[in-house]
Design a protein around this ligand. Structure first.
Ligand SMILES: Nc1nc2c(ncn2[C@@H]2O[C@H](COP(=O)(O)OP(=O)(O)OP(=O)(O)O)[C@@H](O)[C@H]2O)c(=O)[nH]1
Ligand SMILES: [Mg+2]
Length: 291
């Protein structure tokens, strides 16, 4: 696989870099995964499990596979992320204040995190099977200024939030806190953490907010393509320890993603389908835990 950092370092001009990016292997759909060897397949679908191999055998790995769907389940979930005649997937609307937020009854999941952590890129990757959908991403922190709603047919809504921390919009608190506290159809909040730096002070404030409102949330570790396995593992163990000791409402399994290479995206699609009530997973640990 071509490495993004190497492309940037060795190719002098932007146009050459863009040409090289086209050759990066991207596995947007399950169909493209079928020809991969098991090891590679696992690393794309389930990056967390791949890291297990590097762990000391004494480390408790229970939290690594609570949500452990089959490849068939993942394929079923993918269908929800493909547009069809009666299943339109598109940007719906934006809001800057709570009274602009649309009244929707279908289940919703939202993405929060520090500016630049990769929220919009993650939504873009989740929607990679939707031609022409526009999700704006930017190198400049503080790019997303509004709460953006994306409807997935009548099944669920994905919500992209402005980031907190550096260059957050001024009215961030009124906008995001009010949404998180009052949104009745919100099934899950995904709190994104940058894989190279782990949990920061601002993230702990966001965690406190989720805990205080009693909303279910899940950590997603982003940009895993940017860090070495050793560094990533170190961050993961620290985050897992934090989840275990200092949280109540946090789902105990971490989700790892690279929106650039699509690692972890298929699994996250499946988890979203599940938490929004669109995919039942009989005989899996997660449904037994919930029943
Ligand atoms: N290498 C790598 N870069 C990523 C990944 N995800 C996002 N980025 C880059 O990180 C930068 C910020 O991405 P965004 O998705 O706009 O971040 P955001 O969290 O929506 O930022 P705000 O809207 O400003 O809060 C962009 O330059 C992305 O290309 C990833 O998985 N890998
Ligand atoms: Mg954004």
């Amino acid at each position: 696989m071509l490495c993004i950092e190497r492309i940037k370092r060795f190719l002098p001009t932007r146009s050459l870099q863009m040409a090289a990016y086209r050759y990066i292997e991207r596995y947007t759909s399950c169909q493209e995964l079928l020809h991969l060897q098991t090891r590679k397949l696992n690393s794309v679908i389930f990056p967390l499990k791949e890291l297990e191999n590097y762990l000391n055998p004494n480390v408790d790995k229970n939290a690594f596979r609570i949500f452990d769907p089959s490849f068939d389940d993942i394929k079923r979930a993918e269908e929800l992320f493909k547009p069809a005649s009666k299943h339109e997937i598109d940007y719906f609307t934006s809001a800057v204040r709570m009274d602009h937020v649309p009244l929707l009854s279908q289940p919703e999941v939202c993405f929060i995190g520090r500016s630049n952590v990769g929220k919009s890129s993650l939504i873009k990757a989740l929607f990679s099977l939707v031609p022409d959908i526009e999700v704006k991403v930017s190198k400049t922190p503080g790019h997303t200024k509004k709460i953006n709603f994306f409807k997935v047919g009548k099944s669920f809504t994905l919500v992209d939030m402005p980031g907190y921390g550096y260059r957050a919009p001024e009215d961030f608190v009124e906008m995001v806190e009010a949404y998180l506290e009052t949104r009745e159809n919100l099934r899950k909040t995904f709190l994104l953490l940058d894989g190279s730096v782990g949990i920061q002070k601002a993230d702990k404030i966001a965690v406190d907010m989720c805990e205080e409102f009693g909303i279910p949330y899940t950590f997603v570790v982003t940009k895993i393509d940017r860090v070495s396995k050793g560094e990533l593992l170190k961050q993961l163990l620290q985050i897992q320890d934090f989840v275990k000791k200092q949280t109540q409402g946090c789902f105990p399994q971490l989700f790892l993603v690279s929106s650039l290479y699509f690692s972890g995206i298929h699994l996250l699609r499946c988890f979203i389908a599940h938490v929004t009530g669109n995919l039942h997973l009989p005989n899996t640990a997660i449904e037994q835990q919930e029943s």
